[in-house]
Design a protein. Structure first.
Length: 459
């Protein structure tokens, strides 16, 4: 149990720079042009011995109509609501601007718990701006330099009492029940409920596949910005939410975007952010656009997810716009099996992020894939199954000596991994291994998860 800090302030004051410094991973993008950081993003921050969640908010500009700025302002207010405390940044070099004043007013109205900081305060040039910041009526500003890492001690001193207060509150409330299943120890341990922690999903896909629309639909509120311009969600962000009562954390990645307009620097960061989202995730939803399904980029990310051992669900979006649904459905199936044989059995769901159609089916598929990804098959059942498989189709006898499959057990979960003890494991042909993997998948109903099977020699 720890607290959540939102970093708020107008564009270009250094929010992303500070976010990056606190989170220590390059989850947010930084750039000189204002407004690059358009979405809320969350990260786990460390400052000394303090651990907390930090939200990097979108900036505020004065426009309030239906412009991007208006939407950014609403997002910022949302960040304030989500946070326990707001760190309000102003630019000590620029001094206090009218936009900063508007911002201070919002924070006062929202009754936010505010820590004021004057950023870019390294060196003497910032003195006037720091004094200026007193005038906002929010107390003494912390002198901060996000870029040079100065003033973090002061920030720590402000956050410390807060952290203590949260710890005390948590101790008074019921203690957390976080059960960790010991890996590899007890093969037949009963399954623990898997939803004590939020289920981590990544939504990946080409630009304009509809990722932001989909996430917004889940959230039921305008939290991400969507629009026809590709590249608006430029990096990986995560949001916590409940999807029909199941707590989840969604990673949205723009990482797979290829767009000439996007500068080299942004693009590079974005790709690695996309890959990172896959690494964070338990279930990866590969979102395809029905008008251009299974493009090279889609195949690459799906393959990556499989190799990383993630559960995978394929969702074909914009189904509302498809005229010839029955032929298209058949074609999709065929292409899926031909182009992604390594994901055999993974669920394929047609959806419309726009209308919300079939999102319940998508959720079912995600939950099922997650359940299977975590599943443990009892050893006794596995060995009965193995005996049946061998009887139906015995392994070959290279050089006249039959390969004996003696014993099988599940060694790990997430994804499921099995070990088969056998004689001459090196001689077992790949076709026989596939026969076993496919059999496992079908007989134990394990769609949407990679299955690892290893063979060990036993004298
Ligand atoms: P945001 O739009 O508020 O998130 O601001 P960014 O984090 O993108 O920073 C905007 C610009 O200010 C970038 O060019 C940063 O390198 C620069 N910047 C951030 N922090 C500091 C600082 O402490 N000192 C100075 N001199 N520049 C900074
Ligand atoms: P992202 O780049 O993957 O985040 O895609 P966006 O969510 O920004 O969507 C790109 C475009 O596709 C927008 O114009 C959306 O309105 C549109 N779109 C998204 N989902 C659907 C859908 O289910 N049906 C239709 N017809 N259009 C959609």
């Amino acid at each position: 149990m720890s607290f959540t800090l939102a970093i708020v302030g107008r564009p270009n004051v250094g929010k992303s720079t500070l976010f990056n410094r606190l989170v220590g991973r390059r989850l947010a993008l930084v750039d000189d042009q204002p407004g690059v950081t358009r979405d809320l993003r969350e990260g786990e921050a460390k400052l000394g011995d303090l651990k907390f969640t930090v939200i990097d908010s979108a900036g505020l500009e004065e426009a309030t109509d239906d412009s991007l700025q208006g939407r950014m302002r609403r997002l910022t207010e949302h960040a304030v609501e989500m946070a326990d405390v707001c760190l309000f940044l102003v630019d000590a070099r620029a001094g206090v601007t009218p936009t900063d004043e508007v911002f201070a007013e919002i924070l006062r109205k929202k009754n936010a718990n505010v820590i004021l900081a004057a950023n870019k305060a390294e060196g003497n040039a910032a003195d006037a701006g720091v004094i200026d910041a007193w005038g906002l009526g929010l107390g003494e500003p912390i002198r901060l330099s996000a870029e040079h890492g100065e003033g973090l001690n002061d920030l720590y001193e402000h956050l410390r009492p807060l952290s203590d207060a949260f710890k005390e509150r948590a101790a008074r409330e019921t203690p957390e029940t976080d059960v960790d299943l010991p890996e590899d120890e007890d093969f037949d341990a009963p399954r623990v409920p898997t939803f004590e922690k939020p289920l981590q999903i990544a939504i990946v896909g080409r630009p304009n596949a509809g990722k932001s629309t989909l996430i917004n639909k889940f959230l039921g509120e305008e939290r991400l910005l969507t629009g026809p311009e590709a590249g608006i969600t430029r990096d990986a962000i995560s949001v916590r939410m409940e999807w029909s009562g199941v707590p989840m954390r969604i990673f949205d990645t723009a990482g797979m975007r290829k767009k000439a307009k996007v500068q080299e620097k942004l693009e590079k960061l974005s790709v690695s952010d996309g890959l990172r989202a896959v690494k964070f995730a338990e279930v990866v939803v590969v979102l395809l656009d029905v008008s251009i399904p299974f493009e090279q980029q889609d195949l690459r990310i799906a393959d990556l997810a499989e190799r990383e051992g993630r559960a995978v669900v394929i969702a074909v979006n914009k189904w509302d716009a498809e005229d010839d649904k029955s032929n298209k459905a058949r074609e999709l199936r065929e292409n899926f099996e031909r182009l992604l044989p390594q994901l055999r059995g993974a669920p394929l769901v047609t959806v419309s992020a726009k209308t919300g159609k079939n999102l319940d089916k998508l959720q079912e598929a995600v939950l099922k894939a997650h359940e299977v990804w975590n599943r443990r098959v009892p050893t006794a059942k596995l060995n009965m199954w193995l005996a049946g498989m061998v009887e139906a189709h015995p392994p070959p006898a290279p050089g006249g000596r039959r390969i004996k499959l003696r014993y099988m057990t599940q060694a790990k979960t997430r994804p499921p991994g099995f070990v088969v003890m056998c004689s001459f494991p090196d001689k077992l042909p790949d076709s026989y291994k596939r026969y076993l993997v496919n059999g496992l998948r079908e007989d134990f109903d394990m769609p949407g998860t990679p299955i690892r099977l290893t063979f060990r020699g036993q004298s």
